[in-house]
Design a protein around this ligand. Sequence first.
Ligand SMILES: [Zn+2]
Length: 393
Amino acid sequence: MPPGPSQDEIRRQNLGALLRHVHVHGATSRAELTTALGLNRSTIGALTADLAGAGLVSEGAPKETGRAGRPSPVVRPESTRIHAYAYSIEVDRLRAARVGLGGVVLDRRELDRPRGLLVAEAAPLLAGAVKEMQQRVPADAVCVGTGVAVCGMVRRDDGLVRLAPTTGWVDEPVAAALGAELGVDVPITVGNVADVAAFAEHARGVAAGCDNVVYLYGDVGVGAGIIAGGRRVTGHGGYGGEVGHMKVVRDGERCECGSRGCWETQIGEYGLLRNAGRSDAQGREALLAVFDAADRGDARAGAAVRQAGDWLGFGVANLVNLFNPEMVIFGGTMRDLYLAAAAQIRSRLNANALPACVEHVRLRTPKLGDDAALVGAAELAFERLLADPLDIG
Ligand SMILES: [Zn+2]
């Protein structure tokens, strides 16, 4: 029989569990930690002292509760000291943020991104944004890692961006390019933007407590982050969730991926603008202008939005049948489309999905909004710390 975990291994696991709890839930009293982690008071006290000694948490008086008696001290994550850098590489913008332990966005930068910008051109822009933020970081702050969200297919093993159809990137070593620009030896983890946004909404957003979730994220194309049984589903190589390329029309419109009839040719930016008779326009503003025109009674814009909403409900019905989620979240441009055609999407979904699969599905917009990609990218970076909190050197 293999030996059980050693005392040291158990301690490290418990340190990780306690730190993860305050990272996700914020300030928590020792009494609540005792209940949540199933450990006794003296163990919680010892673990807290270890984490405080490492500068990862602090203990203090709770906020005034008005209740009588001596309150249990609360444990807080050291959010301004322990941080990660997060990047979000989107079709039309580049974003960088410093995110504190506990998921707090402490500082941020945003840059417009011309379509067609190469990795070699994007990396110095992102690194420059981070270098600017670094000048304002407290002297005793510790960066535990860097996470990157990319609108593309990301190889899990090494973060290689295999294909980002809407930006034209093929086999791009994004992590290496950023590492070379930053010139620092911190680990860089890369993930797909829909996957990391789903991760963030599941950890601390609208899907907290939901173990089966489909997060649909639209930029120019459409992808999904899928949580099944409480775990992220990313497939064998990391490329799962490419729902925008589900084939829905045989020999249909040509898609950026090279195929035809993909779902995103109907619900993505190009499809919606084409159907609204605005193929010469592009970008989020152009899409919002179509929704606005539809709202004001423009017949062609209204028909394009209804058509896209119909296709959105149709595709979501397939996803609901496949994954039986308790929640479907609409993020990015899918949020705009959902808000413009919610009743129609729900009605198409109910008509097309299997009754048993659809009966408890809640349709929601993200709680973290546009920050989900940044907060989720930071979560990728925090994972290593949470797995072994005393190994942050
Ligand atoms: Zn496609």
